[in-house]
Design a protein around this ligand. Sequence first.
Ligand code: SF4
Length: 349
Amino acid sequence: MRAVVLISGGLDSMLAVKLTEELGIEPVPVNFDMGFSQAKHRQKVPPKKPHPAGTQILRERGYDVHTIDVAEEYFYNVLLHPRHGYGSQVNPCIDCKIYFQKKAWEYGQTIGAEFIVTGEVLNQRPMSQRRNILFVIEKEAGLEGMVVRPLSGRILPATIPEKKGWIERSRMFDIEGRGRLRQMELAKNYGFAEFETPAGGCLLTEEHIAHRFFDRFRAEGKDNPDFKEYQLLKVGHHFRFSPSCTMVTGRNFYENKYIAEYAPLIRKDALLLDTQDIPGPLSILMGPDCGEHLEIALRITARYTDLKGNAMVKILDKQGNPLSERVSEGIEEWEYAKYRVLLDTAKKR
Ligand code: SF4
């Protein structure tokens, strides 16, 4: 008998795979790429001290982790208009889980899975792991009684797989709350020495990402957003010059590369500002009125070079074709601070 195990990339879902096996069920690990997972982003913009993602660890141990790219569909159908709202940042956790469970079940039906397993722990998170919310989620996903949570299974109502005798309730755990001690013990038993954030890294729970989202929602609305452009919210310093003109300035080689990769894909008019000959950022200036803000954008870009002062900045179209170049005077911090997208200017919902 098989079950689909939802893999977030964090420790809890890795443990869920092992515990499913111990229940005598073949785990089929499935990971959804929803466009804002840290693990996926790190493949393009690696941090200084990387931790291996749960998907990678499981693969190294011989599990065939199936990754399904849902990023664009998730953006339009879940992230922009969550029926249950956002959590403390821009994380639509309840709608997200409903969506993932539905998708997991769709996939499960193609491979003969009987039910779904998650690494959820009762009351671990305030929004989506409260007892009543767990059941709202599975009901709205059309999966009442079909979601097994082996880390907390003994303190949750019996599921259909238990009632049918497919799994033994006594072999599940009774973990509850935010403490991680028991998960750490289990990790040790299973030899999981390294893993990223225990619950799996989701960029939507990060404050700086939320600032950028809410800045954009407030200035541009949600009527005609561009998924590719929103992917740029994951990198760089962010500036807003008008309701329709923003700039993202890369902070390192990988972010510059990321900006160059996404620039041709966005719908808006855009210019790239490049300090090619000296170490510095690549900026993307976006919006129909971006020409009006070119001067200040050039000066900010010059400010972020290693010279921190006057620099030759090349102006390119969004495909990377050179248009012109200008010597730009680096701007002082007090002059550009008002354009930065920061918490106090952005987080007004
Ligand atoms: S933390 Fe992120 S991935 Fe996890 S449920 Fe919330 S929105 Fe979805």
